[in-house]
Design a protein around this ligand. Structure first.
Ligand code: A2P
Length: 339
């Protein structure tokens, strides 16, 4: 069986990766439609050896005939158009934050809560979680299945590509100017210089002093893990890395999990690769895992300051497992089991 697929935001960093991943995984695409803004009018994007012209979102009378629509064009486009695509018969897999916490909308990481996909029937929408949340819950799941997790303390080291193509260009342009000894161009995407700097500020600040990115990690983790009682506290930091998010994750469990046991549980879990030979200088590195679809875990060790604690270093490609790959995996579940 083949499916009519749409990618909304097809010209963006995540949208382009969605096309690449659909192609790599040989998703059964019958017809493909691409949508972006007025800025991309007339642009043609290659897919499986064909050139497909981008349509300007909003100029269509209807969206009928689309089976699966992958959205990554920002939350306001998702709020407006996901219900329209769904009303015309598509199942929307939305990469924005717009629908994630809607109780009617499932929030899915296929390795963790694949059963939740069934709830697409409520609104015709499935939400793809935040990039930092996805890679963390994949690493938490095999440990959680062995012993309930009470609390997680996470600090992130997030690549600029998570903020889109303009952010990638901003790091590049600032770095080039710095190398030439020129005055750095004014930041447009980030609140401060990102080259040779770390910014403890991703998305907007909320009344509680946390950023929205930090609270996404708190709230989405509870929803995906289906456990409101997991305590999560996060500090999310943008670092001058192009591709790949890293996270230092501290976990407190109910039962003791030795480092050795954790290594075994993580190694046996689908979608995780353990790289943990510190003596050989082997641990997951952003520049090495960019381009890969798995979640990489290393630096696995017991937290000696508490009874049942672990520390992990978790790294994944934010445009792939953190966004496009996870969305395409959800589409694969839909295609195999539901549509
Ligand atoms: P466009 O390239 O035409 O601006 P990124 O996250 O890399 O910045 O990408 C955002 C994606 O969302 C792009 O494909 C962008 O299209 C798309 N997009 C942004 N604003 C709109 C809009 N008003 N209507 C449709 N697509 C939009």
């Amino acid at each position: 069986k083949e499916f009519n697929v749409a990618v909304v935001g097809a010209t963006g960093a995540v949208g382009r990766m969605m096309l690449q991943v659909l192609e790599e995984r040989n998703f059964p695409v019958k017809n493909l439609r691409l949508f972006a803004s007025e800025r991309s009018r007339g642009l043609k994007i290659p897919f499986k050896g064909e050139e497909i012209e981008v349509e300007v979102l909003g100029e269509q009378k209807s969206f009928s005939g689309i089976d699966i629509a992958l959205f990554s064009a920002g939350a306001s486009r998702s709020l407006e158009y996901a219900p329209k695509f769904a009303a015309d018969g598509a199942v929307v897999v939305d990469n924005s934050s717009a629908w994630r916490m809607d109780p009617q909308v499932p929030l899915v990481v296929p390795e963790v809560n694949p059963h939740a996909v069934a709830d697409y029937k409520n609104k015709g929408i499935i939400a793809n979680p935040n990039c930092s949340t996805i890679q963390m819950v994949v690493a938490l799941k095999p440990l959680y299945d062995f012993s309930r997790i009470k609390r997680v303390v996470v600090s992130t080291y997030q690549a600029v590509s998570g903020a889109g193509q303009k952010a990638i260009n901003e790091l590049m342009d600032q770095t080039k100017a710095w190398c030439k000894g020129e005055t750095l161009p004014e930041p447009q995407v980030f609140p401060h210089q990102i080259a040779f700097n770390c910014l403890p500020h991703i998305d907007v600040f909320l009344d509680n002093g946390y950023t929205k990115e930090e609270m996404k990690m708190v709230n989405e983790t509870k929803k995906i893990m289906e456990d409101e009682k997991i305590g999560v506290t996060a500090t999310t930091v943008r670092v001058p890395v192009f591709y790949g998010h890293a996270e230092a994750v501290n976990i407190e469990t109910e039962k003791k999990i030795s480092a050795e046991k954790a290594r075994e549980l993580l190694s046996n879990f689908p979608g995780i690769v353990v790289i943990d030979e510190p003596g050989e200088k082997k641990y997951p590195l952003q520049i090495e895992i960019a381009g890969r679809d798995e979640v990489f875990v290393g630096r696995i060790r017991e937290d000696e300051s508490i009874e049942n604690g672990l520390n992990l270093w978790v790294v994944a490609d934010n445009l792939r497992k953190g966004a496009a790959t996870n969305a395409v995996q959800i589409a694969e579940l839909l295609a195999e089991k539901y549509l």
